[in-house]
Design a protein around this ligand. Structure first.
Ligand code: TMP
Length: 206
């Protein structure tokens, strides 16, 4: 495995990212590599404060542009403090969501023009792209059944099913356009099957 691999994980809420990211982290560690697990928005003290603003359901006045700019502000901090230094020191960086989520949620979900997101991408992260992105794909109907019981839904989780249908569709199109980077995993499969697929993909990179 290339030592300074940048791996990201994407998917709608309810697709099971948290369990899968722990599995990936354990697999990489037990294969003898140094891995730094992190997340967006967040991953730094400043980024986590921005995350609180973004996820707080009481912030119903937050505009779509403000949301996008805050996400990129957190990302700029994250790149500078965590992602770039760790890749430079030959660590594998494993990130729960990254740039694809901005195109999916703010672009497809909120309807912000791609050119605006593109502008921020070129500003904040001109030279970096994930080497490998796992997309945990799940029908939002099933995701909703899985997460419906949560009474503490955050600002994103409180969106309706159409929001997540647009996001899912966009993620799949993006994955199709970049097959060398994306690996789409069917999240309806059992956890064992999902883990087996991920293991096989990671093994191939050793
Ligand atoms: P999480 O629930 O997976 O931790 O992610 C927090 C939320 O942040 C999730 O609902 C998606 C949202 N998000 C965006 O809308 N755009 C982004 O660029 C990122 C990284 C996350």
């Amino acid at each position: 495995m290339k030592k300074n691999l940048f791996i990201t994980l994407e998917g709608i809420e309810g697709a099971g990212k948290s369990t899968v990211i722990d599995f990936i982290e354990n697999f990489i560690t037990s294969s003898g590599y140094d891995v730094v697990k992190t997340r967006e928005p967040g991953g730094t003290a400043i980024g986590e404060q921005i995350r609180e603003i973004l996820l707080n359901k009481n912030n119903d006045k937050l505009t779509d542009d403000t949301e996008l700019l805050l996400i990129f502000a957190a990302r700029a901090q994250h790149l500078s403090e965590i992602i770039l230094p760790n890749l430079t020191s030959n660590k594998i960086v494993l990130c729960d969501r990254f740039i694809d989520a901005s195109y999916a949620y703010q672009g497809a979900g909120r309807g912000i023009e791609q050119s605006k997101i593109n502008l921020l991408e070129n500003w904040v992260m001109p030279d970096i792209k994930p080497d490998l992105t796992f997309l945990l794909d799940l029908d939002p109907k099933i995701a909703f059944e899985r997460t419906n019981k949560r009474s503490d839904a955050d600002r994103f989780e409180s969106e309706d099913i159409h929001f997540f249908e647009k996001i899912r569709q966009y993620y799949l199109e993006r994955a199709e356009n970049e097959p060398e980077r994306f690996r789409v995993i069917n999240s309806e499969l059992s956890l064992e099957d999902v883990q087996e697929q991920i293991k096989n993909i990671l093994k191939d990179m050793v």
